[in-house]
Design a protein around this ligand. Structure first.
Ligand code: ADP
Ligand code: MG
Length: 536
């Protein structure tokens, strides 16, 4: 045998193995949870994020914070992913999900210190997560769309502690009204609701408009301000003469030639406008530009036109008015046009909008948020999206649970009972899983400046004596029946949070080797491969 060294990988590959890899990953995950911890709950604080281009975001929203932080550590990125999944699946509960995952890993570390093998821990965690889902379902309450008060309470619980808090009653009303209106036999498509923002008036002027509102004004002052019984053409090609791709030179030697050239252009534009008019359209939404001369001709015909309408707005108007988006003017016939009772230009504060109202599809809605600055508008939008998400997912699953940590304490209590029935060391992991859930009520207390140990002791003893809705009421800073205090959350938030938190915790615990190749120039980690060796 030769005694030459065996080279398996290039030199610039970084490798961390065994315990070091585990500890390093756990530490990173804990740090992510630590970042969002102080924002949890109605008394949570906000974070100010400044981007490289000096844009400022002030927010309390878990997923927004993590998205903006440009996290690079691979295990930490997996934590951020939990928040993203939570946001896309339910639209709320992002902080909760990340915190439970962080705590599961922190508690696993204790077990690793006791020389318990990661396989045992992950097995225990999986058993606990499964059991938790079962108990959660048992503890949930059924609701339906006629329980308006409960739905409003859910929306308000979601918005407590956010920028929208002072007007949460009004917002809750808007959210519930909107969600019920777009419901169709239990099916709800959140895309039917458009959220538009207007700078100028106060937050309290935020309104629900039935129809589509877009932030575009009509292209010419001479066009009508309002069109009734509108026939709407949706066009995604430009209403201009095509610019030649390459520079073209035209040599003109006489005034007649110039006039001919101009006449030719005019004829083409007139032809474009004639096609629109012949279709019977009285309103045009164009995704591209509209030529100046065409604007003039359109206004002479009394046609209302908006240009550079975004693709998503075009799609919303198409769905609302049942009009078809056409890419070629030759295809524009009366059958492609959409219908609406009115299309109107409306000035709100500093901004000018076009309202499309009385649409064919009555489910098309817009929530128009008013507020004084972009920061306020953005934070109100995030709160509103949380509230909408919560109400919609409660309507979809028809199940809700008590908030304020009540559900977490009851789950923990029942999980401990379940743990006792197990014989192996998995029991310890189930117990750590239970205590990770208790981290939610203790953090809610801590963020409100209340002693977390006192709260936890009282909550546990009240749950032991059968008060399963005892939770932390942060309107009055005391342990209380949270259902009576109207602190209610959708079942799906908790179900999703427990699911993804435990999945990611298990995944991170199973990694015992990190092999990272560094980039040639900046030494950044470009790719990473996880080796999960021989576990299970
Ligand atoms: P997330 O990103 O996880 O949704 P939030 O900051 O929205 O985080 O906080 C949600 C938590 O706050 C939930 O556990 C919810 O039960 C709790 N909560 C909301 N309102 C109250 C209240 N008035 N009293 C106590 N807890 C509340
Ligand atoms: Mg929330």
């Amino acid at each position: 045998m030769s005694d030459k060294p065996v080279v398996l990988m290039p030199e610039d590959i970084q490798r961390i193995m065994g315990k070091d890899a585990q500890r390093n990953n756990i530490l990173a995950a804990k740090m992510v949870a630590e970042v969002v911890k102080t924002t949890l709950g109605p008394r949570g604080m906000d974070k100010m994020l400044v981007s490289p281009t000096n844009e400022i975001i002030v927010t309390n929203d878990g997923v927004t914070i993590l998205n903006e932080m440009q996290i690079e550590h691979p295990a930490a990125q997996m934590m951020v992913e939990i928040a993203r999944t939570q946001e896309s699946e339910v639209g709320d509960g992002t902080t909760t999900a990340v915190m439970i995952a962080g705590k599961l890993l922190e508690n696993a570390e204790k077990l690793l210190d006791m020389k318990i093998h990661p396989t045992v821990i992950t097995k225990g965690y999986k058993m606990a997560a499964e059991k938790a889902q079962e108990i959660l379902k048992e503890l949930a309450f059924k609701i339906n769309s006629s329980d308006e008060d409960i739905l409003k309470q859910i929306a308000m619980t979601a918005m407590t502690g956010k920028g929208a808090e002072s007007y949460k009653e009004k917002f809750a009303e808007i959210i519930v009204k909107a969600s019920k209106q777009i419901e169709n036999n239990g099916k709800i498509d959140i895309k039917d609701i458009k959220i538009e923002k207007s700078k100028g008036n106060g937050i309290k002027d935020t309104e629900l408009i039935s129809g589509v509102v877009i932030d575009k004004e009509k292209v010419s002052h001479d066009m009508p301000k309002i069109v009734r019984d509108a026939k709407i053409a949706l066009i995604d090609c430009s209403l201009e003469l095509k610019n030649p791709e390459i520079d073209t030179k035209i040599s003109i030697s006489s005034p007649e030639q110039l006039q001919n050239f101009i006449n030719q252009e005019e004829r083409e534009i007139k032809e474009i406008v004639r096609k629109v008019k012949d279709s019977g359209a009285s309103v045009i939404f164009c995704q591209k530009g509209i030529d100046d001369f065409a604007q003039y001709l359109l206004s002479k015909e009394g046609i209302y036109a908006c240009r550079r309408v975004s693709k998503s707005d075009m799609e919303k108007i198409s769905k609302a008015t049942r009009g078809k988006i056409v890419s070629n003017l030759n295809e524009l016939t009366p059958f492609e046009l959409g219908d609406a009772q009115t299309v109107e230009e409306v000035k709100n504060g500093e901004d000018v909008f076009t309202y499309v109202k009385g649409c064919q599809n009555p489910k098309a809605l817009t929530i128009l948020i008013h507020g004084s600055t972009d920061h306020v508008l953005d934070e109100i939008e995030r709160a509103l999206v949380d509230g909408l998400g919560d109400v919609i997912c409660s309507l979809q699953s028809g199940l809700v649970v008590p908030g304020g940590g009540a559900i977490e304490i009851e789950l923990a209590r029942r999980l401990r009972e379940f743990g006792q029935s197990l014989s192996g060391r998995e029991q310890l992991a189930v117990e750590e899983f239970a205590s990770a859930l208790e981290f939610i009520p203790t953090t809610l207390a801590e963020n409100a400046g209340i002693d977390p140990i006192d709260v936890l002791t009282e909550l546990k003893s009240r749950h032991d004596s059968g008060e399963r809705n005892a939770g932390l009421n942060l309107f009055e800073n005391k342990v209380d029946n949270v259902l009576e205090a109207k602190i209610i959350e959708p079942y799906k938030i908790k179900n999703q949070a427990i699911n993804s938190a435990s999945e990611v915790a298990v995944m991170i615990l199973r990694i015992d080797d990190v092999i990272a190749s560094s980039g040639q120039k900046d030494g950044k980690v470009n790719s990473m491969k996880n080796y999960v060796e021989g576990l299970e």
